[in-house]
Design a protein around this ligand. Structure first.
Ligand code: NAP
Length: 309
């Protein structure tokens, strides 16, 4: 596999280096950092399996290069690109058109080159939804959801998905409470219905504090972690272990080979758990479908992701 990390300048200067590869690079992930991205592994396997003469590469893009790099994609012969940290919000500003998910999430993770035009999509929310079906056989519309990290990029995309899927309840939790409250105001129209779930409000924003979590967990089916916390041993617990109960489903969007503290605590409490690898897989499969207008070879991609560890 091509492990090279290309630079944004190589794209901005016309992209000759990408056209010369065999097969030519016609897809990429833009990020800073970008070395850790698992997307090339499973996207390249999918391209080979589908006999598409193209490869998917990592490109290190600095924030001040983002707009020029995106504008260079048509000239360099790219089909499109994925966009990851920290460029998802910035990419939105360079798009000629965007889909509803990207507009509402204020972020683009998938770009399609359509002639000279750039069209932006966001597959994070729909990817999570498919992951929940696969992991828990559950649909957002049947669930009372507590979303930790609702004010972050991934959190916002997931909140939009929950709203559009008309989930039964949504509790937006964020360390910086103001972000959760603003998002709740933006999504309020989706929850103004006569759908009754008892005395509780269908949409609430709460600060990330133990007393507020405790009250809301009693009215929750699914906890989603969309904070960036959980990778390091020294990370604080997102939810005190004593508040986790066996009836909960717990989905941690963090993907790593090891278990996050939230997953460990939830498992110990008897809850059903899953980590973010399935979301990564499905958001990538959805990108593939958008680029090529055909189903992604999901099993092959899943195997490649598992093998990468
Ligand atoms: P982000 O925009 O930087 O957001 C980070 C979020 O974490 C914010 O809500 C932030 O709260 C919260 N946070 C940070 N430190 C915290 C702490 N000590 N206590 C409580 N909350 C804290 O990051 P992002 O791009 O949304 O990514 C978030 C996570 O999603 C990452 O772990 C990433 O790996 C994961 N993700 C997974 C997938 C997948 O496919 N599985 C896709 C996308 C993202 P404040 O607003 O208060 O700062």
């Amino acid at each position: 596999m091509n492990e090279t990390i290309y630079e944004g300048s190589q794209l901005i200067q016309g992209g000759e280096i990408f056209r010369r590869l065999d097969p030519p690079a016609r897809l990429s992930v833009f990020g800073e950092p970008v070395a850790h991205s698992k997307s090339p592994g499973f996207q390249n396997v999918a391209l080979q399996f589908c006999r598409i003469a193209a490869q998917y590469v990592r490109i290190h893009i600095r924030p001040d290069e983002l707009a020029s790099a995106l504008r260079s994609l048509p000239v360099a012969g790219f089909v499109g690109t994925n966009v990851t940290i920290p460029h998802k919000a910035g990419a939105l500003l360079s798009m000629d058109e965007v889909d509803d998910y990207a507009r509402m999430s204020d972020a683009v993770n998938t770009v399609v080159v359509d002639g000279e035009k750039l069209v932006g999509f966001n597959t994070d929310g729909p990817g999570l939804q498919r992951a929940l079906r696969e992991e828990f056989y559950a649909d957002l519309r049947d669930l009372r959801v507590m979303l930790l990290g609702a004010g972050g990029g991934a959190g916002r995309a997931i909140a939009v998905q929950c709203a559009r899927e008309n989930c039964e309840r949504l509790v937006l939790v964020n360390r910086t409470f103001e972000k959760a409250r603003t998002l709740a105001q933006e999504l309020a129209t989706y929850f103004r219905s006569d759908r009754l779930v008892g005395p509780a409000e269908r949409l609430e924003a709460i600060p990330h504090q133990e007393s507020a979590l405790k009250e809301q967990l009693a009215k929750t089916d699914l906890v989603i972690n969309a904070t960036s916390i959980g990778m390091r041993r020294a990370d604080p617990p997102l939810i005190p272990a004593g508040l986790l109960t066996p009836n909960l489903l717990v989905y941690d969007t963090v993907y790593s080979s090891g278990k996050t503290r939230l997953i460990e605590d939830a498992e110990a409490a008897g809850a059903r758990v899953a980590n973010g690898l399935s979301m990564l897989l499905h958001q990538g499969a959805l990108s593939f479908e958008i680029w090529f207008g055909r189903a992604a070879p999901l099993d092959i991609m899943r195997e490649a992701l598992k093998a990468a560890g």
